[in-house]
Structure formats: structure tokens, C-alpha cells
Design a protein around this ligand. Sequence first.
Ligand SMILES: Nc1ncnc2c1ncn2[C@@H]1O[C@H](COP(=O)(O)OP(=O)(O)O)[C@@H](O)[C@H]1O
Ligand SMILES: [Mg+2]
Length: 376
Amino acid sequence: MNGKQSGQLEESRENQREKEIAVEKILTSQMQWQETIDAISDYIFVIDRDRKVRRMNASFSRRFNTHPRELVGQRINELFSLEVPHEKCALDRAIATRAPVLDEIVLGDETYMISVFPSSFGDEEVYVCIMKDVTEMKRLRDKIYHSYKLVSIGQLVSGVAHEINNPLTGILGFAELIAMKTGDETVRTEAVKIRTAAERCRKIVESLLCFSRQQKPCRSLEYVNDIIEKALELRAYWLRVHNIEVVRRYGEIPMAFLDIQQIQQAIVNILVNAEQAMADRPVQGRLVIETAYDAETRRITVRITDNGPGIPRDFIDRIFDPFFTTKPVDQGTGLGLSITYGIITEHGGTIRAENEEGGGASFIMVIPANQKLPEP
Ligand SMILES: Nc1ncnc2c1ncn2[C@@H]1O[C@H](COP(=O)(O)OP(=O)(O)O)[C@@H](O)[C@H]1O
Ligand SMILES: [Mg+2]
């Protein structure tokens, strides 16, 4: 090998090394990018015009519990079982306009914010999509919205209820007087009818005032199990009339700082609904009341379950709204659950409804307890 040849060899080795370094740099950079997007818990993926998945981050493939290799080439609508009408689909809009689109989509119980950004792989049009789970955020937003709504309806209602109360007292009083004084049997019957109707109005006004009550609760240390027993006593007659079996599963729970009247009212409202849901059904009514205490969170859970028809899925988000009712006028005002909701929230607790697997509805209240467990 002469000097020139060895020089060339040296040069090509140098080139080779440079190339290797360049390749390594590219690979490292690629890996770092992949690791970057894999660190993001939102779903990030790229699809083509046919909506077929081309690339994705780890969070995306984890959702389907499948190796990314298997997901490449699959259609996004099929993966998510999306059945979105064309004009509403964020993807369709992004494809049509080639402009970024931001939208909210609901997948079962989850809500996602989806952003679609048009991009390209060389000459090919692709779309970069980011899906962010906003389920919890949406729940909080709904809760805030709900409490705003409650406050404004409460103010409106309390004004109206006070206005109605005075003339109503007059109607009731005079109807009673007429019934007492008259010698005419027809007039008496009619006066009694007026009184009954006016009494019904008064009951509604009372629950309206109860719903919109602004006064703070008057609290003391109480046992929730005892309050439930009192509420059951109040409903004992009706539970018997409807032949409803009551199953008690009381846990050992500490005292809680609460307004006994209000909590009782909150529970009675749930019991009345359960009775109504279970009445006139072929199966025997069964009411299960469970209480439990979680020492870690220091919270008491009360779960009341019936074996009625359950709450229709379409309504489950609205049942705590004031005036929401599915019952005929003489049976429901739609105020029971919103009163219960108000009371429980005012006690720093939460309430939610669930449907049971085999039918029936469950109402779950979680309220803060006092720290100490009762003495054995
Ligand atoms: N245990 C239950 N089972 C099925 N549906 C229920 C139950 N409790 C409440 N609901 C639904 O929630 C609605 C609202 O309840 P509520 O606020 O108490 O008003 P109301 O009882 O006057 O209708 C009811 O009309 C009913 O559709
Ligand atoms: Mg009710």
C-alpha cells in the first residue's frame, strides 16, 4: 500500500466514523422524541386521510393493551368504536378544512378533549391528534354549574314561596271557617276540597322554603345510624303498606357533626323515592341500608339501595336538579333530591346515584365524620 492509498483508506474510515456518529445522533434524537411523547399521559397519535393509525405514543397503545405494531394501520373510529355523525366529527372537519380543530368527545363514561393538527409525512397528508382525558374536570365543572344553578333557583323560589305563603294561609283559614259554619252539606264538601287543595299547596311551599333555606345548619355530634333509624320510623307505616323489607347493614361508625333534622330530611327524601319506585311492582320491595366508615379519609358512607326499576340512563344526570321529576303532578315536585343534595353538600359531603346490576337504584352519601370512634 503506497502513501496515497493509505491516505484514502484513512479518509474513508474517517467518513465512515462520521456517518456512524451521524446515524447515532439521529437514532438518539428519534429515541428522545419517542420518549418525550411516551412520557405524556394524553393519547398522542398520527393518522392518515383514511383515518388509519400511523404512529402513536405509549399511552395510546396502553389504552388498547396492544403492542403499537398491531395498532398501526387500524382505523381510529373502529378502535374507539366511535359513531360520530360526519359533520360533528373533529377529524372530518380537520380533513375538510386542513385547519386545526378542537373538540370534546364522549367515550362511554369518559370525556376527552381532542385536538387535531394537519401535518404531513413527506408528500402525504397526516393528522396529529392529541386526546386529553377531561372527565374529572368536566365533573367539577358540572358540579360548579349545578351549585350556581341551585343558588339562583333557590333565591327565586324563596321569594315566590314567601309571597304565596300569606294568601295561602288566608285560603286555608277561610275554607276551614266555611266548612265549620255552613249548614249546607254541598258547600261543606266543596270547602273541604278547597282546604285539601290549599294544604297540598302549603306542603309544596314548605318544601320550596326548605329547599331554598339559607340558614346555616344547626349542628351537634350525632350517630348517623340513629338518624337513619329515626327516618325509617317516620316511614314505617308506608314501608309496611308497600310490603317493603328493610335490610340494615350498619357499620361501626363514629359520631359526626351534623344537623339531625336536615340529615333526617335528606334520608327521608331518598326513602320516599325508593318506596315510590318499588310500589306496585310484581316483586317484593327490598330496601338495603348500609353504613360504613373509612378511617383513612374519615368519611362515613351511607348507601341506600332499592330493587325498583332503577333510574333511566338519560335522566341520571338530572335527578338532583330542582323540579326534575318523572312522576305525575300529584306525586312528584322534583324537589326531594335537590333538597337532599343541598343538605349533604352543606355538610361538606357528596351524594351520587348509581343503578344496580340487576335493576334498582343506589344513593350513596359520603359525609365527613368526627375523628373519634365510639367507645365500645
Ligand atoms: N329510587 C329511585 N328509583 C328510580 N328513580 C328515582 C329514584 N329516586 C329518584 N328517582 C328519579 O329522580 C326523580 C327526582 O326525584 P325527586 O327529586 O325526589 O323528585 P320527585 O320524587 O318529586 O319526582 C324522580 O322523579 C325519579 O325519576
Ligand atoms: Mg321525591
